[in-house]
Design a protein around this ligand. Structure first.
Ligand SMILES: O=C(O)CCC(=O)C(=O)O
Ligand SMILES: [Fe+2]
Length: 323
């Protein structure tokens, strides 16, 4: 029985189950799993006791049948238990749920630095803006009208972006990029790793606001619309970004537009996958091969596994993508 296979029940009333979630009980409060098993076995055969989480003070007690669990819950919940050092236990039914690992186990190992991905043209700078600048940028866009898409909200500056064609409408110039991004544009012009700084022309900005659990489908930003560099600044919450490179013949360009949408099964064998962690305030640069040969996307996760740590996404992530 592995850690976190059983969920903590959400409501006060939960469906009966042979598994009990028992709080105020465990090795951290001086009660071994064996001791707990022996006390709970007074109500039926105990199949196992395991930690409910990393606290050491919450366990799952599993019986072979629901009636034993019900008897134990009725007898022990909320009562000081003399055989368990007089502790008052808080007991609920628990439910088997997919492991935390299971929710993220389709992920590739997530790197913290761009170099580890071995994708030419991919760069990531941490702390590109300060926490104060982050706050100001978020306040500036929250002051402007958001446009709601199916799952996220966007703002466009410079040129309007058309999601049907995945292209900008060059006849609809919305004006210069707003003054609140001027310091960012200045800093971008000093970005290391760029051969020819004079070549950077960034006249379109998309601000994306992703609610918790929302990501972005695999795509390559339309070539004709945005030549050269794509810079993406992450604010407010973390996420991971994945990259796929298809070997020849495994994807087809979507002929209805200039975009190259993925048309292969999600987990076909014929592509390479890489992933990078994007903390808030970091700036990602996609150029060269990273920009033109790899699809990028943000998995629709609420949590990401980053170097053996569980990283929870925030209530929202806001990105500023300059092209
Ligand atoms: O949110 C991001 O960092 C990336 C956004 C993106 O890839 C796009 O707008 O094309
Ligand atoms: Fe993109």
């Amino acid at each position: 029985m592995g850690l976190q296979r059983f969920g903590r029940p959400k409501g006060v009333e939960s469906k009966s189950s042979p598994n009990l979630f028992v709080a105020n009980c465990g090795p951290a409060v001086g009660l071994s799993h064996d001791t707990i098993a022996s006390v709970f076995s007074a109500f039926g055969e105990v199949k196992g006791v395991c930690s409910a989480d990393e606290s050491g003070a919450r366990v799952i007690v599993s019986y072979g049948d629901e009636s034993s669990a019900k008897a134990a819950l009725e007898a022990l919940d909320g009562q000081p238990c003399p055989d368990l050092g007089g502790r008052s236990l808080h007991i609920r039914y628990s439910v088997l749920q997919p492991t935390l690992q299971g929710k993220v186990n389709d992920s590739v190992p997530v790197s913290l630095v761009a170099l580890d991905l071995n994708i030419p043209g991919l760069y990531l700078l941490h702390d590109f803006v300060s926490p104060k600048e982050e706050e100001e940028l978020l306040a500036a866009v929250d002051d402007k009208p958001w446009k709601s898409l199916a799952k996220r909200r966007v703002q466009h500056y410079g040129y309007e972006f058309c999601y049907e064609t995945r292209n900008v409408n060059t006849r609809q110039h919305l004006g210069e990029l707003p003054s609140f991004v001027s310091p960012i544009l200045e800093r971008i012009s000093l970005f290391p790793n760029l051969d020819n700084h004079a070549n950077i022309v960034l006249d379109q900005l998309t601000v994306n606001e992703y609610p918790l659990g929302v990501g972005l489908s695999p795509h390559i930003d339309t070539h004709s619309a945005f030549e050269g560099f794509i810079f993406s600044l992450s604010l407010a919450g973390p996420c991971i970004m994945e990259f796929r490179r298809y070997t020849e013949g495994t994807w087809l360009p979507n002929t209805s537009s200039t975009s190259t949408k993925v048309q292969t099964p999600e987990n076909g064998p014929n592509f390479l996958r890489r992933a990078i962690y994007l903390p808030p305030r970091s700036m990602l640069l996609l150029s060269g091969e990273a920009r033109y040969a790899w699809h990028h996307y943000i998995p629709h996760h609420k949590i990401d596994l980053v170097k053996d740590s569980i990283v929870r996404r925030g209530p929202r992530r806001v990105s500023f993508t300059f092209r």
